[in-house]
Design a protein around this ligand. Structure first.
Ligand code: ASP
Length: 409
């Protein structure tokens, strides 16, 4: 049986176990935790060596700069577009109108905002924080952006050395192969990990909160589905490829994103799937995917936009054009800054809300349904990274089209 079929079975069994066991399904989370811990064990060396090997295998500094600029601008533009989709969905469908925040807030199930009231960094802090003062520290603390900055700097330096660095390049390539092999072995446990996480979510999420926020959930789902179609359209227009193989072959990656709610934890799977099944070149995917996981979160951008309007409507606050422009800016920054971990964007929600004078107390309510919505937005996030990597790779002539269209892989 193929791995994706096993994952599907894990997912279905997880739903059944969650419904049957209820709160007791929390004990099954251990399977998910083991799976993610194993992935975490390899993720830092994988990012470092894969990114380095991607940069050092590019022919010439010009190529690196061009691919980097293309990827970076595509990531930022899709994030802005995603925020606009989120805001439009909020304006069209009014998810917050008629919601009685005060009665939900008084429910004891609601998480208290004090838990999430940590201030997001200022722009200066964010920029300063990009510099890995001690790269080993960045690795120990899982600081992806700093690891990326260090890898890019190291990669450029190795390229500048030229022929004399050839042995080093070979070692880097071998090390990246080793990290990929480790992930390949760990990923075999995916069905068990997915089972554990899904049964836990289904068994422990409060149904009452889900009901009172049903409209918000439906609007987020609708906007994310729309974004999902946009990715296909982008592949059709910019890469001139049928998006169908992409949709079919990305399912396995998406099932991991859905179950783990973490782009970081899905990164390695996404890279292997892109390379082995979709025909994306190692060079470009090793470089663009880690970058995307750090700075490109379209599902998160949509979510932040919709939530801002949800709260404005629930509190009966009218937003001005200036407020909307501010929201485009802060939601885009929030999606760039959010960490690819479960609920990684919540801390940025307070920045988004306070930027237009909305009270942040309501975030506690959102936390009640966040896990479910996080599963959906993380799926969109990793799909966006993969779609853009595919498009840029095609434009660079790296894509193996035969493999992309091949049915049986
Ligand atoms: N969980 C999301 C991710 O990993 C981030 C977020 O929106 O909370 O992509």
């Amino acid at each position: 049986m193929k791995l994706w079929q096993q994952v599907l079975i894990g997912l279905i069994l997880g739903v059944v176990a969650g419904i049957v066991l209820g709160e007791k399904a929390a004990d099954l989370k251990i399977f998910g935790t083991i799976f993610i811990s194993l992935i975490k064990m390899v993720i830092v060396p994988l990012i470092f060596f894969a990114l380095l090997s991607g940069i050092t295998s590019m022919h010439g500094q010009g190529n690196f700069t061009r691919v980097g600029l293309k990827g970076f601008s595509a990531y930022i533009l899709t994030a802005i577009f995603a925020v606009l989709i989120g805001l439009s969905a909020g304006i069209l469908f009014h998810p917050g109108t008629g919601v009685d925040l005060h009665s939900i807030l008084s429910s004891s199930d609601v998480a208290q905002p004090a838990a999430i009231a940590k201030a997001p960094p200022t722009v200066t802090e964010f920029l300063l924080n990009l510099i890995p003062v001690n790269p080993l520290n960045s690795m120990v603390n899982d600081n992806f952006l700093q690891i990326i900055v260090f890898s890019i700097f190291t990669g450029i330096t190795i390229n500048l050395i030229g022929d004399k660095a050839k042995p080093l390049k070979d070692v880097i390539y071998s090390a990246s192969q080793m990290a990929f092999k480790m992930i390949e072995l760990i990923i075999r446990l995916a069905p068990l990990g997915v089972f554990g996480y899904i049964s836990w979510v289904v068994g422990t999420q409060g149904l009452e909160i889900l009901e009172s926020l049903a409209k918000l959930i439906v609007v987020v789902l609708a906007a994310c589905s729309f974004q999902y179609l946009v990715f296909g359209l982008m592949i059709l227009i910019f890469a001139r490829l049928s998006p169908l193989p992409f949709y079919r072959k990305i399912l396995f990656t998406q099932s991991i994103a859905f179950a783990t709610s973490s782009s970081k934890a899905t990164l390695s799977t996404a890279m292997t799937q892109l390379q082995e099944r979709l025909g994306v070149s190692k060079t470009n995917s090793n470089f663009l995917m880690p970058l995307g996981v750090c700075i490109n979160m379209d599902g998160t951008a949509i979510y932040l936009g919709i939530c801002a309007l949800f709260f404005a409507q629930a509190y009966g606050i009218d937003l001005t054009t200036q407020n909307y422009m501010m929201l485009v800016l802060t939601c885009t920054l929030g999606s760039i800054g959010a960490a690819g971990i479960p609920s990684g964007s919540i801390i940025f929600m307070s920045m988004v809300l306070s930027s237009v004078g909305l009270p942040i107390e309501g975030i506690g309510i959102i936390l009640g349904v966040d896990r479910v919505l996080d599963m959906v937005r993380t799926t969109v996030n990793i799909t966006g990274d993969s779609a853009i990597t595919l498009i840029v790779d095609k434009s660079e002539g790296g894509l193996d089209e035969k493999l992309y269209y091949q049915k049986d892989v």
